[in-house]
Write a protein that binds this ligand. Structure first.
Ligand code: NDP
Ligand code: 2IT
Length: 445
């Protein structure tokens, strides 16, 4: 990273104690040294220093009243990271672990992911340290309304278009949208992941999980392999995990694990998807409830042990840094030869070293999970046209986008001399698109 040392150190000095953000930036800068060598004009134009500094960050108080009539206070965030290629676009995370570092790492990753989709969307992310777990519908609604009462000033269909992420699904998008409409008197595509009767896109719910499998199938086929006949281990049991399971099974794989923040289940016969959907999507229950209907399955509350289950392909779909060096080594020792990241930054840097050293097929998050935001961009297109495509039309577009991302990323990796390193390819290809736009748009002074 010789050429980009000062960019990195300045970023650390300016943002002390933001470990997740530092991690995400370091991974990208470590891949960009040869790009800086090829493009001295980008160095002179300060592109590298500019891209690690968000264009705008908003932090605000969210006050709401719980079911006992008590006043609750949370902190809301929206980081508008980069608008070089389109309006800011990215999800809203509701989880007690949310802080500025988490939102900035997600927003930074989003810049390059969104560029890889080939669609005109910039990078942003937001959320709150609100914990949705155990809250009533009424509490969720009042929280979302209060969140939007500040957020609405900063967003717009051509400015910034938020969507779902951890803790933000169809219900939350509905409450947020209702409040936006009330405040602005506008029915417009300001959020994606909307309900199907009021502007949502078919296949958006499925898109991240399906897209992950489309991307990985392409990467596997390049090595004469496929999901068909493979054993797959998936973590998480939310939006991404469940639809990754659905598509992997459809492609002929047997998925044997799912998890939540309390523990994981292992079903050697293959997880019963309908049962898992009933528990997590309908009943909003815990993954351990699976055992009530499938007593032969196993449950453990040692979450990291999910990666000791033998599998051919691992799809981490829960949260950041869920696979560390030890877990990566266990995966490899037990026969895992491919990793596809459904979650954002689920692997620590040390885990990635293990993947690359052992020549695993490694689909990095910003390429492999881009299907969700890509389909959000397709939702924006449909809203602009005031028209909607069928499920099959959206799904076909999604599949083609994921195939194209694989091509873009593997070609960039090859062009920079390391053809199997899709992380290198994703970081370089995503960066080059955004850097070109920033360079052409000049420096404001
Ligand atoms: P959901 O809220 O639907 O599901 C999250 C799942 O991960 C739940 O099973 C949850 O368990 C588990 N989880 C969350 N935090 C932790 C934690 N700290 N430790 C262990 N388990 C945890 O979110 P999504 O499925 O939408 O998101 C999952 C991942 O995919 C995230 O990294 C997100 O950023 C990423 N992603 C999402 C996209 C989307 O379109 N939704 C697009 C691209 C990436 P519990 O219920 O116990 O909290
Ligand atoms: O991480 C992600 O790409 C998302 N949470 C989806 C963002 C979006 O705007 O659909």
């Amino acid at each position: 990273m010789n050429r980009l040392n000062s960019t990195y150190h300045q970023m650390i000095e300016r943002n002390p104690n933001e470990q997740e953000f530092h991690q995400a930036v370091l991974e990208v800068l470590e891949c960009l040294d040869p790009v800086a060598e090829q493009h001295p004009e980008w160095v002179r134009a300060g592109i590298f220093d500019r891209i690690v500094e968000p264009e705008r960050q908003v932090i605000f108080r969210i006050t709401w009243i719980d079911d006992q009539g008590r006043v609750q206070v949370n902190r809301g965030f929206r980081v508008q990271f980069n608008s070089a290629i389109g309006p800011y676009k990215g999800g809203l995370r509701l989880h007690p672990s949310v802080n500025l570092s988490v939102i900035k790492f997600l927003g930074f990753e989003q810049i390059f992911k969104n560029a890889l989709t080939g669609l005109p969307i910039g990078g942003g992310k937001g959320g709150s340290d609100f914990n949705p777990r155990g809250k009533s519908d009424g509490e969720i609604m009042r929280f979302c309304q209060s969140f939007m009462t500040e957020l609405y000033r900063h967003i717009g269909p051509d400015t910034d278009v938020p969507a779902g992420d951890i803790g933000t699904g169809a219900r939350e998008i509905g409450y947020l949208y209702g409040q936006y409409k009330r405040l602005t008197n506008q029915h417009t595509g300001v959020l994606t992941g909307k309900g199907l009767t009021w502007g949502g896109s078919l296949a958006r719910t499925e898109a991240t999980g399906y897209g992950l499998c489309y991307f990985m199938e392409e990467a596997l086929q390049a090595k004469n392999r496929s999901f068909n006949g493979s054993v797959v281990s998936i973590s998480g049991s939310g939006n991404v995990a469940l639809f990754a399971l659905e598509k992997a099974a459809e492609l002929g794989a047997k998925v044997v694990t799912l998890s939540d923040s309390d523990g994981y289940i292992y079903d050697p016969d293959g997880i019963d998807l309908d049962l898992a959907k009933q528990i997590k999507l309908v009943d909003r229950g815990r993954i351990r409830d699976y055992l009530e209907a499938r007593p032969k399955a196993q449950y453990s509350d040692v979450i990291a042990d999910i990666w000791t289950v033998p599998c051919d392909i691992a799809l981490p779909c829960a949260t950041q840094n869920e696979i560390d060096k030890t877990s990566a080594e266990k995966l490899v020792a037990n026969g895992c030869t491919a990793i596809g990241e459904g979650a954002n930054m689920p692997s620590t840097p040390e885990a990635v070293v293990v993947y690359l050293k052992n020549k695993l097929i490694y689909g990095p998050a910003k390429a492999a999970n881009a299907g969700g935001v890509a389909t959000s961009a397709l939702e924006m297109s449909q809203n602009s046209m005031r028209y909607s495509w069928s499920f099959d039309e959206v799904d076909a577009k999604l599949k083609q986008i994921m195939i194209d991302i694989y091509k873009t990323v593997s070609q960039a990796a090859a062009a920079y001399g390391d053809p199997d390193n899709l992380m290198l390819g994703a970081n370089i290809a995503g960066f080059e698109k955004v850097a070109t736009a920033m360079y052409q748009q000049g420096v404001a002074y």
